[in-house]
Design a protein around this ligand. Structure first.
Ligand code: FE2
Ligand code: FE2
Length: 327
C-alpha cells in the first residue's frame, strides 16, 4: 500500500458474525478511494432504493445498531482535475461529498469509489484523490478504475496508486457480513471501453465457485454491466458471461458509475444501480449527440450530484440502496 492511501487511523476490521470478515490484508491493500457517494442497504439479498432524508438515516442508524447491519457508501466520478463550466470547482464538490459521508449518522463499514477518480490520470491527480479519500470517516476505502483513470496507459498509473493487493489488472473480491463483493475493471482500453476480457471472467468463475447460492453478491464496476446506452459506451460487451456465472445466486446487486446519473433496473435475480457523480451531470441516454458535461442553471448543480449508502441486514435477504443529493 502506498503512503497516504489508507484513511488515517483506520481501525482493524470488525469480525462479522458469519466469519466472512474482510481480511486485514485485503483491507490494507484496498484502503484509499472515493467519488460520488451512495448509501446501499443489503437486507438478505435484495436492494431497496429510495431518496434519503435525515429522518430515514437516523432510523437506519438505530436499526443498524440493533441488528448488526452492514452499511457502506458508494461515491463515483469525482473527476479531480476537470475544468469547465459544468463544474468550476470539482475539488470543492468532492470535498463536500466527503463531508456529507462523514456527517452520516453512522460510520460506514467501507466506502467504494466506482471510478473516474481523476479526469486525466496524472500522478498529481491520483495523489490528490488519495489524500482526499484519506479524510473519509470509515475504516476502509476501495476503488475501481474509470476510463479517465486509464488515459494513455491502460491503467498503469491507477494501479500504481490504488492497485496494491488486486489481481490481474486491478480486479479483486472480498467478503464481509455474509456478503460477497466483486470489484471488476471494464475500462482497460480506451479503444475497447466496456470490456472485461477472458482472464477477468475466469477470475469471477473461480471466485464464486465455492459460494453457497444464498450468498448475497454485490458487483462493483465503473461502466454498467447492463446495456444502458451502448452507443455512448454505456454498456459492457461481455458482461453476460459474468452474469451467467452469477445466475444461481438468489440476490445479485451491480453498482456502477460512469453515467453520472441515477438509474436502476431489475432483471431476474440481478438489480443494477447506476450512481450519480460528485463532479458534473451528463445527459440522459440518447439526449443529445454525445455524453458531454451538462451545464445546469445556477444553484442546481448540487441536486445533480450526490452520494449513495447501502445497508444489509444478515437475517433478511435484501440490500437497501439510498441515494442522497449533495447537501
Ligand atoms: Fe465519469
Ligand atoms: Fe467514466
Amino acid at each position: 500500500m502506498k503512503d497516504g492511501q489508507a484513511a488515517p487511523g483506520a481501525p482493524q476490521p470488525d469480525p462479522s458474525p458469519a466469519g466472512h470478515d474482510m481480511s486485514r490484508r485485503q483491507l490494507i491493500k484496498h484502503s484509499g478511494w472515493f467519488g460520488a457517494a451512495v448509501v446501499l442497504t443489503v437486507t438478505g439479498g435484495e436492494v431497496i432504493s429510495h431518496i434519503a432524508h435525515d429522518k430515514d438515516n437516523t432510523t437506519a442508524a438505530a436499526a443498524a445498531t440493533a441488528t448488526n447491519e452492514l452499511r457502506f457508501v458508494q461515491i463515483s466520478d469525482s473527476h479531480i482535475g476537470f475544468t469547465g463550466p459544468a463544474n468550476t470547482d470539482v475539488t470543492a464538490s468532492f470535498t463536500e461529498a466527503i463531508a456529507q459521508v462523514n456527517s452520516l449518522p453512522f460510520r460506514p463499514d467501507f466506502v467504494m469509489h466506482t471510478g473516474d477518480l481523476t479526469h486525466l490520470s496524472t500522478p498529481a491527480q491520483f495523489d490528490q484523490v488519495r489524500q482526499m479519500l484519506g479524510g473519509l470517516r470509515t475504516g476502509r476505502t476501495f476503488t475501481v478504475p474509470g476510463e479517465h483513470d486509464s488515459v494513455d496507459d491502460a491503467g498503469r498509473a491507477y494501479r500504481k496508486a490504488f492497485g496494491d493487493g488486486t489481481t490481474g489488472q486491478g480486479w479483486y473480491s472480498f467478503d464481509t457480513h455474509g456478503v460477497h463483493f466483486i470489484a471488476l475493471v471494464n475500462t482497460l482500453s480506451l479503444e475497447k471501453l466496456g470490456h472485461l476480457g477472458a482472464e477477468q471472467i475466469d477470475f469471477v468463475r473461480k471466485d464464486v465457485a465455492g459460494l453457497k447460492s444464498d450468498t448475497p453478491i454485490v458487483v462493483f464496476s465503473h461502466i454498467p454491466l447492463f446495456a444502458m446506452y451502448p452507443a455512448w459506451g454505456w454498456g459492457t460487451d461481455d458482461a453476460l458471461q459474468v452474469l451467467a456465472l452469477l445466475k444461481r445466486f438468489a440476490s445479485v446487486t451491480c453498482l456502477n458509475g460512469h453515467v453520472h446519473q441515477l438509474f436502476s433496473k431489475t432483471e431476474g435475480n440481478v438489480t443494477f444501480h447506476s450512481a450519480t457523480t460528485t463532479a458534473y451531470p451528463l445527459p440522459a441516454p440518447g439526449h443529445g449527440p454525445a455524453p458531454v458535461p451538462q451545464v445546469v442553471p445556477a444553484g442546481h448543480l448540487k441536486a445533480a450530484l450526490g452520494i449513495r449508502t447501502v445497508t444489509y441486514t444478515q437475517k433478511h435477504q435484501a440490500l437497501a440502496v439510498t441515494d442522497q443529493e449533495l447537501a
